[in-house]
Design a protein around this ligand. Structure first.
Ligand code: ZN
Length: 308
């Protein structure tokens, strides 16, 4: 179920999200078991996202799943939501390591380094807004529909991507961190100074999308170079999270990184924005007996552990 209720607010309202989870989850699970002809007593292992995220929604999902695991006397494994995204490309690709993983969602913009399948190391992240948030806020300022990413991509097709020169904060820093809040402020000023007609909207969307794409590509290239200096040769890049769906960004990534040296992976479309399948997959991939923990408390600010 998507929660349409948030669209009129231009973003997710935590309390409404939790209530909607509570309303839908039980019936949805029963009907899914029926539809897929799964007898829940045949399930060996239960898992749920336990962080990071909105505590209300985390509590609903994890408590519901813990109850199933107690009822069916099977283990419960708490999962990190970000690990679900990070490992999502390994479902449909044979990953070659070392790998950089670029996580682009409404809540996070992060770069991870994976020397091998079992190790995830955070090497850069946004110091303020997430990239998906920048897309949504820009769309909201332009009066476009939520979620904003799809709308911006649509309007960009009719715009001039070189029309506006938007700032690219932190682009010249030698670290791998991002900053997006300055772009939002700049766009806000542009909107106040201009007439919000179609050509303005199209040009702004196209320029915004181009700027985002350039920031991402520069930071990935910097990451690859930083490792090269240490004699580590990055062999692949995974682009995960909802923003990975942006075809313009994909096209530019493919143009900028040589396919012969660097493989670029994307998750299946179904595993791109938030979904339960990627959490189940990440759990199966890294399942170890010691990870069972029915008493695990959901953590709104849960970190990805270096060693899985
Ligand atoms: Zn997510």
């Amino acid at each position: 179920f998507s929660q349409e209720i948030h669209s009129k607010f231009g973003g997710v309202v935590p309390e409404l999200a939790a209530r909607s989870h509570l309303e839908k989850l039980q019936n949805m699970t029963i009907s899914l078991f029926k539809k897929s002809k799964i007898d829940p007593s045949n399930i060996d292992l239960f898992t749920a996202t336990c962080g990071p995220g909105l505590i209300g929604s985390l509590l609903v999902g994890s408590t519901f799943t813990k109850s199933l695991s107690i009822g069916y006397k099977k283990p419960f494994v708490p999962m990190n939501h970000l690990e679900g995204h990070i490992l999502s490309t390994s479902f449909n690709n044979e990953i070659v390591y070392p790998q950089l993983v670029l996580l682009l969602t409404g809540g996070h913009t992060q770069i991870y380094f994976m020397q091998e399948a079992e190790k995830i190391e955070l090497i850069g992240e946004s110091v303020d807004d997430a990239i998906g948030e920048a897309f949504d806020k820009t769309a909201k300022l332009l009066g476009l529909n939520y979620p904003g990413g799809i709308e911006i991509e649509k309007l960009s097709k009719n715009g001039d991507e070189d029309f506006f020169k938007l700032p690219k904060p932190m682009i010249n820093n030698d670290n791998l961190n991002f900053s997006f809040s300055g772009i939002k402020t700049y766009i806000n000023l542009l909107i106040k100074k201009n007439k919000l007609n179609n050509s303005f909207k199209n040009n702004l969307c196209a320029s915004f999308q181009k700027t985002m794409s350039e920031i991402i590509i520069t930071k990935l290239a910097n990451g690859i170079n930083l490792f090269k200096q240490k004699n580590i040769f990055v062999k692949s890049i995974s682009i995960v999270g909802g923003v990975a769906n942006n075809q313009y960004i994909r096209k530019n990534l493919e143009m900028n990184f040589d396919k012969k040296n660097i493989n670029i992976y994307y998750p299946l479309k179904e595993m791109m924005s938030d979904n339960a399948a990627m959490i189940a997959w990440a759990c199966l991939k890294n399942y170890k007996e010691k990870k069972n923990d029915i008493f695990f408390k959901p953590q709104p600010r849960m970190q990805v552990k270096n060693q899985l």
